[in-house]
Design a binder for this molecule. Sequence first.
Ligand SMILES: Nc1ncnc2c1ncn2[C@@H]1O[C@H](COP(=O)(O)OP(=O)(O)O)[C@@H](O)[C@H]1O
Ligand SMILES: O=C(O)[C@@H](O)C(=O)COP(=O)(O)O
Length: 419
Amino acid sequence: MALLLGCVADDFTGATDLASMLVRNGMTCVQVIGVPTGPLPEADAVVIALKSRTAPVAQAVAESVAAAEALLAAGAKQLFFKYCSTFDSTDDGNIGPVADALLKRLGAGFAIACPAFPANGRSIYQGHLFVGSRLLNESGMENHPLTPMKDADLVRVLSRQTDGGVGLVPFAVVEQGAAAIRQAMTKLAEGGRRYAIVDAVSDAHLHAIGEACASHALVTGGSGVAMGLPGNFRRAGLLPERSDAAALPKAEGLCAVVAGSCSRATLGQIGLARDHVPVLELDALATPDAQALARQALDWVEGRLAADRPVVIAASAPPEKVAALQQKLGRDAAGTLVEEALAAVAKGLVARGVKRLVVAGGETSGAVVQRLGVTSLRIGAEIDPGVPWTFAEPVGIHLALKSGNFGARDFFLKAFTHG
Ligand SMILES: Nc1ncnc2c1ncn2[C@@H]1O[C@H](COP(=O)(O)OP(=O)(O)O)[C@@H](O)[C@H]1O
Ligand SMILES: O=C(O)[C@@H](O)C(=O)COP(=O)(O)O
């Protein structure tokens, strides 16, 4: 099986989200954790998951280029740079600098930037990103602990992260379909723009955008715009029809949820779970010590683990509590402390026999997956849009890495009725 699409994702939940989208659209896909040191697995698409979204710029660029090298060496025909559907980044990066470096490596001069994902309420209109009916900067993302998003104008946001020009392919053009989009992109590239934010409010738009990018060396965006890419390979006769792309071993055994996301969605999911299953809320402000927090959680878990319902261990907190811990420790140290605590909790849960684990939060998932020593994830069926069950090698457990913002309110309950 020849590698067709090579993907670099800037966090781990984002990587499973993308892998799941590709599987749903008929590609076999394996998620690899970190820059690979050996040969890549056989699949139509490989997603290399990095924890680069909030890394220092130079590190994010170096790791992304190294991942791209591995994908190109394996024969990838097109590269995809996956970032968050809420464009999570700071003015330093890392979306602009990584995209710039990948374009340079590929000798290409132009790429789209399209984080739209209508199935999860992310749409772009006149270059402005909406989450549901709210502009990005009024969606709760303005309070994100690590990448607060205070501007919804993506042309402006990306322009602050690159010395390349950023243009827009607006809704009125996208509505006309792939040929019009292609024409608009050619015009922008000829006018010296390096990037085009592309409006999209529906899956039909994303399919048309994907089709228009068939010849691009690099596509950048959320998982949504990747839905149009398998069709390009199919039309070129490179991708056969597949029906069994999402098969995993049967999921059974003790279950648990570990949550480090402080998003509105995750806080709501924890709130609902509280009425149905045991929930422990860790207080990192009262105990600012990762090992002590992990011990509290693992002591609490004794006698509570079950196979017919999860326990939930959460460090998640509302904005004022997050701000209090950040004031005490600094933003990055606060995040790292909580991530370390939750990674140790996850490790302890697996040592106590947990076989099905949901992790809420992208950075949190990165910390957990690294601590568990996971090297690759096979992608299974979706629980909610963008969140599939996966099978983690070599640990041999089922993992669902939930983007902080994704999932219905009952996600932590219904996840364990799937699989
Ligand atoms: N109570 C808290 N105080 C401060 N930071 C926290 C708290 N709980 C979690 N965090 C940190 O917030 C960050 C949430 O990011 P992430 O896991 O990526 O979630 P999301 O998917 O919502 O972006 C992590 O670094 C996590 O450690
Ligand atoms: O595109 C998305 O929204 C997700 O795939 C994603 O990147 C998740 O990031 P977190 O919200 O940090 O989990």
